[in-house]
Write a protein that binds this ligand. Structure first.
Ligand code: PLP
Length: 284
């Protein structure tokens, strides 16, 4: 089946899609992105991702490429053309094309927009979730504005590769105070030794995960003690449960940290329940 990508105003065959060599995203990582999960052909947590996109653009003073309604139409068209029922939609907006110079071009170029959509095998994802995944910890080495979802992901890519080489699915960054910030592409959670569900608060240098926020909303109906409070790798290793959240991972149980088993080494009941609740809510 042929795949389609949206590039600066038109849909083109994925294999033919291309951007300019002086796109500032390509040369300077001067751009932002968003990823939506798709359930039953529909965008999950649509508004949360649009809000964060608008904030990321405004923090970098990149012009909004189009209004939310228009953008949503294009995203839906990308889903339709690629016949995605369950999957992911990726949107990238860069400051645009200009002769290479670090400072912003004047006048401002038209922002460059790329959208792709791909299917995800939910059966395989569920099998992965039923087993749980391992994470490693690494020193935090990213910049100070991780609240902006920029395409500058080199430390994240290196951390993911390190995790992969150790048979793990994610890497958790640990800040100079010895506290876990977040994962390379997800937010980090534990159910600590006292049974308190914990994730780092968003005043820290982390991405304000849209899935994280939805899961917190879902907690309101559950009888779970919850605190937005940072934890150390040792607390994670001594925790009853751990998991990660993100548009790609949804709610994914973590069964080991740095090779040490969490709890019984199998997905815990809280993570398993929250995954089911999140998928149910996102599919509604
Ligand atoms: N933290 C980082 C660094 C991420 O890259 C992501 C997602 O890509 C997340 C957290 C989770 O965010 P969301 O739930 O909005 O996908």
């Amino acid at each position: 089946m042929s795949r389609w990508a949206y590039v600066n105003g038109r849909f083109v065959r994925h294999g033919d899609a291309a951007v300019h060599i002086e796109d500032r995203g390509y040369q300077l990582a001067d751009g932002v992105y968003e990823v939506w999960a798709v359930f039953g052909g529909k965008l999950a947590d649509a508004d949360g991702h649009f809000e964060r996109l608008e904030r990321s653009l405004s923090e970098l003073r990149i012009v909004q490429p189009m209004g939310r309604k228009a953008l949503e139409l294009v995203l839906r068209e990308a889903i339709r053309r690629n016949r995605v029922r369950d999957g992911l939609v990726y949107l990238q907006v860069t400051r645009g094309v200009a002769r290479r110079d670090h400072a912003f071009p004047d006048p401002q170029p038209v922002p460059a927009v790329v959208i792709t959509a791909k299917s995800v095998d939910r059966k395989a994802s569920e099998a992965k979730a039923a087993k749980g995944v391992g994470v490693i910890t690494l020193p935090e080495n990213r910049w100070g504005r991780c609240d902006i979802k920029t395409v500058g992901l080199l430390p994240n890519a290196l951390a993911k590769q390190a995790a992969k080489e150790r048979g793990c699915a994610e890497a958790w960054f640990v800040d100079p105070e010895g506290l876990v910030t977040e994962g390379a592409s997800s937010n980090a959670w534990i159910v600590d030794a006292e049974g308190v569900l914990r994730t780092r608060d968003t005043s820290a240098n982390i991405l304000r995960g849209v899935t994280r926020k939805s899961v917190i909303t879902l907690l309101g109906e559950q009888n779970i003690r919850f605190e937005e409070r940072a934890f150390t790798p040792d607390e994670a290793k001594g925790a009853r449960e751990a998991f990660i959240t993100g548009a790609g991972s949804l709610v994914l149980p973590v069964v080991s940290v740095d090779g040490e088993k969490i709890g019984s080494g199998t997905p815990g009941p809280v993570a398993t329940r929250l995954r089911a609740l999140y998928i149910e809510a996102a599919s509604a």
